[in-house]
Design a protein around this ligand. Structure first.
Ligand SMILES: CC(C)(COP(=O)(O)OP(=O)(O)OC[C@H]1O[C@@H](n2cnc3c(N)ncnc32)[C@H](O)[C@@H]1OP(=O)(O)O)[C@@H](O)C(=O)NCCC(=O)NCCS
Length: 181
């Protein structure tokens, strides 16, 4: 099982016993407010979790989404991870995502998780670029990207369909050379 340790949180591969808490954020309309998915039924959460668990041992692995866990009490507080967009010998690109239970928002946990993921992408997977994006009004998500040293690369107009409305999207990225410096 893959585990990435941080100061206050750690990330680990999902397991079947994560279902209750996994479904808690996937079924929360506030968490989903700026996301392209509608809220999940328990069956849909089960299928989604099964896919994540399957990916744990995939070779090559493209989805690295982890349970985000508090060191102090082992509570699962959300999910963070990335999808590999491209991976070649001379580098590759991953896109980050993070989703927390509402009660843990605003404590810096997503920023800590994103920084751990970025370090993993650059040092272990030897990628050269990490990207992330969010709805133009998803300020908390944008702030996580900024906190990690990412630079805005694009402002895409009417890029994602959300509740029947085409929404503008911000895209940020961090290059290995800038991260190392
Ligand atoms: C986005 C999300 C993961 C952030 O998690 P978090 O642990 O609260 O993030 P952090 O505490 O690390 O950082 C959030 C930052 O945004 C700021 N922020 C939060 N809400 C804000 C708002 N409405 N306007 C401006 N800034 C805001 C916080 O003050 C904090 O800034 P700081 O680091 O300068 O203090 C969480 O809000 C979430 O799960 N949202 C729903 C799912 C989602 O939208 N995920 C992103 C997909 S693109």
């Amino acid at each position: 099982m893959l585990k990435i340790d941080g100061e206050r949180v750690y990330l680990r591969d999902h397991k079947a016993s994560d279902l209750d808490v996994f479904h808690a954020w996937l079924s929360d309309a506030v968490v989903a407010k700026y996301l392209s998915w509608r809220t999940y039924t328990r069956e849909e959460s089960f299928t989604h979790l099964a896919h994540s668990i399957n990916e744990n041992n995939a070779n090559p692995r493209t989805d690295y989404f982890f349970a985000l866990v508090l060191n102090e009490n082992e509570h699962i507080i959300g999910e963070a991870g990335f999808t590999i967009q491209t991976q070649t010998k001379p580098g590759g690109i991953a896109e980050l995502g993070y989703f927390l239970l509402q009660s843990y928002w605003g404590k810096g946990y997503a920023t800590e998780a994103a920084k751990l993921l970025i370090a993993y992408c650059f040092t272990v997977l030897k990628l050269h670029k990490v990207t992330a994006g969010c709805d133009v009004e998803n300020r908390a998500s944008e702030k996580v990207m900024i906190n990690c040293g990412m630079q805005q690369e694009a402002y895409r107009k009417k890029q994602r369909l959300l509740n029947g409305e085409w929404r503008d999207r911000l895209e940020y990225a961090l290059l290995y050379d800038d991260w190392k410096a």
